[in-house]
Ligand binder design. Sequence first.
Ligand SMILES: *Cc1c(COP(=O)(O)O)cnc(C)c1O
Length: 375
Amino acid sequence: MRFDTRLVHVGQEPAQGTGDVSPPLHLTSTYAHGAQVQPAYFYARGENPTREALERALAALEEVRFATVFPSGQAAGATALATLAGAGRAIVSDDVYGGTHALLTSFGLDVRVVDLADPTAVAEVFADPWADDALVWVETPTNPTLKVADVAEVSRRAHARGCVVLVDNTLAGPVFQQPLRWGADVTLYSTTKSVAGHLDVLGGALVHDRADLHELFVTHRTTTGSVPSPFDCFLVHRGLKTLSLRTVRQAATAEKLAAALRESPHVGEVRYPGLPDHPGHTLATRQMSGFGPVLGFRYRGDVAALLRRSRYFTDAVSFGGVRSLAQCPAATTHRSVPTDLRERLGITDDLVRLSVGIEDPADLLEDLMGALDPA
Ligand SMILES: *Cc1c(COP(=O)(O)O)cnc(C)c1O
């Protein structure tokens, strides 16, 4: 079964007895099976069929056995850190999601922040025995600077040090990039973004093929009660079916907008891995089958005024959804990143991040070009 068919068929087998072609919403907290006999369905913090249908669908996307879903991407990250960072050390991409910095700090880990898109920096950090058994947390492409890390190379060096490699694949999504294929151990998704895709639900997932990790993740989730509601699982699963249609369109439009922005006199640098002169373009072409819905650019003008002038790019955080969004990362999503790191990464007040939606590309282009020009 090919990818786009799996999106619609796995975890969506017509229900036994009734024949529902859409996975039913199981709203129950407990199950009448005789709790003494340890039935497969015992209590909803541990088991729920709506949740399991979504998990089967997500695992099938990377052709692996396991997916564990959570109420948010952050909840998935918290379980990953609680179970995988036993050595107390973590190596992390320098431009990770803002919330990831906060999460690592809250776990009190000894963290090395590394530019994992730089092969020299990668070689250096893994040359040090300090790296032994550390958790390696890769985000690629990063946002808003869209840096691209070589998952195969990082995984190879990390595994030689006994590390577990987690890739936050939220930005590219499973249509364009499958980190497990390149040697990573675990893929993390904020399914809030392109997987659900409709800007109406939060969710997270850990996807992988290791029975030992599955046991750890599920036990931690059940113990801490970090379970998504059946209705949230239903919404994420509903969104998932159109993931391919949506994201292929979004990436195609993003590519057009990136090219047009580059020609504009009101715009400085444009960051999009699909642009041939992007520093990570060659690697991205090998590692990804498309370049995603997010791009960054530097505006030579008043960013707040630009955001106000745009009709279709709503000034809001998040990305990957059906509706186009624009925001200034330095003032919003990346406010909590330490100032010196933010400046080193180039996340300055002139940087605008766009998340391209599924609207008509001509409307988006017209709107953006009009908004750039204050006259
Ligand atoms: C949004 C996001 C998260 C956190 O996910 P939530 O669902 O908001 O908790 C983690 N990583 C990345 C890359 C994200 O964009």
